[in-house]
Design a protein. Structure first.
Length: 96
């Protein structure tokens, strides 16, 4: 089992959630309106630093983690505006 975390700009939230639905991943936490900073600047949701980020977290099977990784990387590479999308896959030692 794996724990997947996807970090992305808020304008991609609907598309990322659509990907999750398409891959039949229904157990996740979608944290929106996160203040963040990436290599190109800050996203604090104010007039000086507009924009926000999202973090989506999900426990998934090893196979589903690989499917999701491939789908997110493909989505990311389709458009240069998506270059900041990050996906992390971590092992789960125990879950309850």
């Amino acid at each position: 089992m794996k724990f997947v975390k996807i970090i992305y700009h808020i304008q991609f939230n609907e598309a990322i959630l659509d990907l999750m639905k398409k891959l039949e991943i229904h157990e996740y936490v979608d944290c929106q309106r996160i203040s963040a900073e990436d290599i190109d600047g800050k996203h604090f949701g104010d007039k000086i630093w507009p924009g926000m980020d999202c973090i989506l977290s999900a426990p998934v099977s090893d196979e589903k983690a690989e499917e999701l990784f491939k789908a997110i990387i493909e989505f990311k590479n389709e458009d240069p505006r998506r270059k900041h999308i990050r996906i992390l896959i971590l092992p789960i030692e125990k879950a309850g």
